[in-house]
Design a protein around this ligand. Structure first.
Ligand code: FES
Ligand SMILES: [Fe+2]
Length: 324
């Protein structure tokens, strides 16, 4: 995983103040809950006393109580009470587990994965989506998150994987695509056409007025949006679980309908359609080997794969720490 980044790790609605939850993210087994102020806390799930899973415990005064011997853990991962030693006993400083910085906004939870000294104030989000309402769902994919991301950067697969849905029309010839990188934000412009047997695809630098084309955006390390239209967007967060598993959070955002019941209906049906399309992707992507992509690997790429190549290059730069 790329170090020193904010990663979306969950949705706000998954974390409550009644009991802790256990999730694995970025290879770490974590306990999350809300404290008495509603702030999301995130600490390692393994009790420093004798290794029990803290998320099996309960919440007492906004802190997690280990189910084995009742040690209390606060949001910084520090033990604040060892019941067997008595309420007056001082708790040794060594009694703590790792804690993680959390940021919550847009009904999403981000976790800082990196050095605290390098932590940026807040993560990136497609802020314009604040004006939209959304429906959402989550799914688990048995692939490294790089493969799930690359699938959403892939202009070439549309007429094959999605022949019955968004890839209808047999537009198999891939012009470009044009990729514009602005820091960690990648925008790519797609222009697939039907092959008349005489044309060759245009190179990215031969496409005039590419800004008018259908486009999508990805921002490192793990968020993406599809500009369906001014009023409709699809958002995906690709959340790394471990080296072979990913959770995707998919939202269809819209601002066409704002009346409460109609809004919920349209958001619900939007989610159903996203599920159908994503299942078409999943069926294929789960068979890719290896499960994780790299800049240098045994694959023979073509011009239409440019967004994937640019993703791999930037990912490599960020992983090597050459870029802040
Ligand atoms: S194992 Fe957690 S308090 Fe003993
Ligand atoms: Fe797809």
């Amino acid at each position: 995983m790329i170090f020193n980044q904010w990663y979306v790790i969950a949705e706000s609605k998954e974390i409550g103040a009644k009991k802790p939850i256990k999730i694995t993210r970025l290879n770490q087994v974590l306990t999350l809950w809300r404290d008495l102020d509603g702030k999301v806390c995130c600490i390692s799930d393994r009790c420093c006393h004798r290794g029990v899973s803290l998320s099996c415990g309960c919440l007492v005064d906004g802190q997690v109580q280990c189910p084995f011997h009742g040690f209390l853990f606060n949001g910084e991962g520090a033990v604040t009470l060892i019941p067997a030693n008595g309420k007056n006993a001082k708790v040794p400083d060594s009694m703590h587990v790792k804690s993680y910085s959390i940021y919550e906004n847009h009904d999403l939870i981000w976790m800082w994965w990196g050095d605290e000294d390098h932590k940026t104030e807040k993560p990136f989000f497609f802020e314009e989506l604040s004006d939209y309402s959304y429906g959402s769902f989550k799914d688990e994919w048995n692939v490294h998150y790089s493969r799930a991301i690359e699938n959403q950067l892939d202009a070439v697969h549309l007429p094959f994987v999605h022949a019955s849905t968004i890839g209808r029309g047999n537009a198999t010839l891939v012009n470009g695509p044009v990729v514009v990188m602005e820091g960690d934000l990648m925008t790519f412009y797609v222009n697939n056409i039907v092959d008349d047997g005489k044309s060759t695809p245009l190179k990215p630098n031969e496409i005039a007025d590419y800004q008018k084309l259908f486009h999508l955006q990805f921002h490192f390390p793990n968020v993406w949006q599809n500009f369906i239209s001014d009023k409709f967007r699809i958002f995906v967060a690709f959340v790394p679980v471990d080296e072979e598993n990913t959770v995707v959070y998919v939202r269809n955002y819209q601002k066409l309908v704002t009346l409460p019941v109609f809004k919920q209906l349209i958001n619900y049906f939007g989610s159903l359609s996203n599920k159908l399309i994503l299942n078409q992707d999943k069926r294929v992507v789960l068979t890719q080997l290896p499960k994780k992509s790299e800049l240098k690997m045994d694959e023979r790429l073509i011009m239409g794969d440019k967004p994937i190549v640019e993703y791999r290059k930037r990912r490599e730069e960020l992983k090597s720490g050459k870029i802040d």
